[in-house]
Design a protein around this ligand. Sequence first.
Ligand SMILES: [Zn+2]
Length: 436
Amino acid sequence: MKNFFIILIMKILNLCLKICGKHGGNFLGKIAYSWNPNIFKYFKVHCPVIAVTATNGKTMTNNAIGYVFKSAGKKVVSNIEGNNMETGILSTILKNCSLTGKIKADYLVFEVDEGYVPVVFKDFPLSTLVILDFFRDQLDRNGEVETLILKINEFLKTYNGNLILNTDDPNVARLGKANPDNKNIYYFSVEKYDFASLEQKEAGEGKFCPFCNTRLEYEYYQYSHIGKFRCPNCDYGNNEIYKLATNVNLKERSFKVDDITYKIRFNSIYNIYNLVAVIACVSLYNIDTNVIKSALSNFVLNNGRLEEVSINGVPTIINLAKNPTGSNVSLRILNEDDDEKELLFVLNDNLADGLDVSWIWDINFDNLNNVTKIVTSGTRAYDIAIRIKTSGFDASKIEPYLDLHEAVESLYKTNTKKYVIANYTALQPTRKELKL
Ligand SMILES: [Zn+2]
């Protein structure tokens, strides 16, 4: 009875918010959860529930899975706006359930913050969990990456649903051994691509075998610590692969899985990993290959995550980068592009960004390809400028501005192609300044 009234009140609140033109974010979930932290038990779900978690790539993968299902004519309930903690997911459920807690959908698809997987799915059914990668991210909020992985590992010990894992990330692949009785483990991988390297180019984690502590041997690195690895002592890393992307062509924006060519709208290795995870996931639900193909050829994210736009005729590529890996991925895309370009890096240190910006020292700014000028901005415009200068980039070509408006004005003095990298709270103000 209590839950019935909680939902009723939330429905009324939601209506009020709608009338005021407000979206509400995780507001409804926050109140409902504070009234009853066991409310997740109350909902009645009769369809598959899919969750995506990772340090990087959750939003894209989550939204692409939902997009493919929708393209197949299915009804999907999903937190596509990215509120991914327990309160955000609860908000999405509250908006889409009946007063008796029934959720009408063909699929529930949620991106879930790494730390909240055990919290949400303690009392809520889970059919498929997709795990992409684990990197250092906002350490002050999550604690060490290892603690996070152990928490998920603990949760997985009693989980028997589908588990889709990136076999090229030693931090992720290890989770396939959490429950030896679970027969529903599906590994995905991407074949070595043109820019893979023998040496690790960017800072990363997971260099030691989690089972016997031996140093892992890498045949190659795709980016950061993602690559083909193996433990020489216990053979960890030798997994049977369910979906493998081959023939990766970033220029053509295509790759193959099971001999089918997928044309996509993205041009980074990092996005290809996400999309192979998508293919692995929807394949478990027998979605027609032609539907997947056509959906992925149209799927884009218009929220500053590898957004490509034209600003007064100047081609501009914008990407969110809230940690070293995100930044290194953006710089990889920049370096793989031979055109002359100018870079804007906007760095804030607001609460949501993490107050500690020392992670910028893990960004690899060495040998930037054909970059003729770098403008920096944000509350830490000077820190990032110094970081870039230390990497050997010509200091006379670096312009720091605390004022974002001045920074953008200086950037668009020329018609040279632009790359824009912004961290969490910097992204939307930067898009606004660019009039997007
Ligand atoms: Zn080992």
